[in-house]
Design a protein around this ligand. Structure first.
Ligand SMILES: NC(=O)c1ccc[n+]([C@@H]2O[C@H](COP(=O)([O-])OP(=O)(O)OC[C@H]3O[C@@H](n4cnc5c(N)ncnc54)[C@H](OP(=O)(O)O)[C@@H]3O)[C@@H](O)[C@H]2O)c1
Length: 261
């Protein structure tokens, strides 16, 4: 049976969309969840939602993934609330979507700090507890852009592939500590970010929001967007004992969008 009872999870960027879905599902399976983002009001809504659904109190703290000082405070908060970290789920904010030529050094640097450096630092801190317990789970929630780079997504395409490569490397190094490291390459999930992308496409192509929505849905063999809780279910499985022999993998969850074998 899939259970995460007694496991302490740290989920990044949990105030909306995919992160919120993961927080909800891990809590439903019994994990003690700490989550953070830049907006405490949005986090409070998720806290209330989880309490109503599961009766559990998640631990929330304001924190910006791009600031190392915040990340250190988040890890301290997870320790104070639940005594450690058994599960680390890296999920991220928005890298800028634009033509390569329009992206400045500062925009690259923000995303490198927010996505790549935060992953390096959170894993470095998170594995201290996992090594002591000789058990742990790390899941890196990236994007289908790791398999199928998209136009105007140069930051996402570049950094997420680096994150998948880091995960593969660590899966080899940490296997002796019984720590699994896997990544997820998700397709189109109906969140605020996707709504912004649809709006941008609609403006650029001078078509309606409905037409821009249909254009993307038609690219998906299952003809629908994913629901963030569907990613939550995959994360819960990877973090459970049922997935004890799966490590170093990069799993697609995309309704069939990516066609490579
Ligand atoms: N939705 C999709 O179809 C899709 C597909 C592939 C990849 N992705 C990627 O998946 C990730 C999550 O996207 P989503 O669709 O769930 O978008 P979303 O609904 O806009 O959620 C983004 C989350 O990131 C948080 N966040 C943003 N910047 C942050 C920062 N600097 N530090 C901490 N938290 C930060 C936001 O919270 P606050 O505003 O409270 O900080 C929010 O909780 C993104 O990296 C996105 O690019 C999404």
């Amino acid at each position: 049976m899939l259970t995460l009872e007694g496991k302490n999870a740290l989920v990044c960027a949990g105030s909306s969309g995919i992160g919120r879905g993961i927080v909800n599902i891990l809590s439903e399976y019994g994990a003690n969840v700490t989550t953070f983002s830049r907006n405490i009001e949005k986090l409070n809504i998720v806290k209330k939602e989880v309490k109503e659904k599961t009766g559990k109190d998640i631990n929330i703290i304001r924190g910006d993934l791009s600031k190392n000082k915040d990340i250190v405070e988040v890890v301290e908060s997870a320790h104070e609330a639940f005594g450690g970290i058994d599960i680390l789920v890296m999920n991220y904010g928005d890298p800028k979507v634009d033509k390569f030529i329009n992206i400045s050094d500062d925009e690259w640097k923000y995303s490198i700090d927010m996505m790549l450096l935060s992953t390096i630092n959170l894993i470095r801190m998170g594995i201290q507890d996992m090594i002591k317990k000789n058990n742990g789970r790390i899941v890196l929630v990236t994007s289908m852009t790791t398999k199928n780079p998209l136009r105007n997504f140069s930051i996402s395409n570049t950094l997420r592939s680096g994150i998948v490569a880091l995960g593969k490397t660590l899966s080899i190094e940490l296997a002796e500590n019984n720590i699994t490291v896997n990544s997820i390459s998700q397709g189109f999930f109906y969140t605020d970010r996707l709504k912004n992308i649809i709006k941008r496409n609609s403006d650029e192509l001078k078509i309606t929001i409905e037409e821009a929505t249909k254009n993307i849905e038609n690219e998906i063999p299952m003809k629908r967007f994913g629901n963030p809780e569907e990613i939550g279910n995959l994360v819960a499985f990877l973090c459970s004992n049922l997935a004890s022999y799966i490590t170093g993998d990069n799993i697609q969850i995309d309704g069939g969008v990516v066609k490579s074998i």
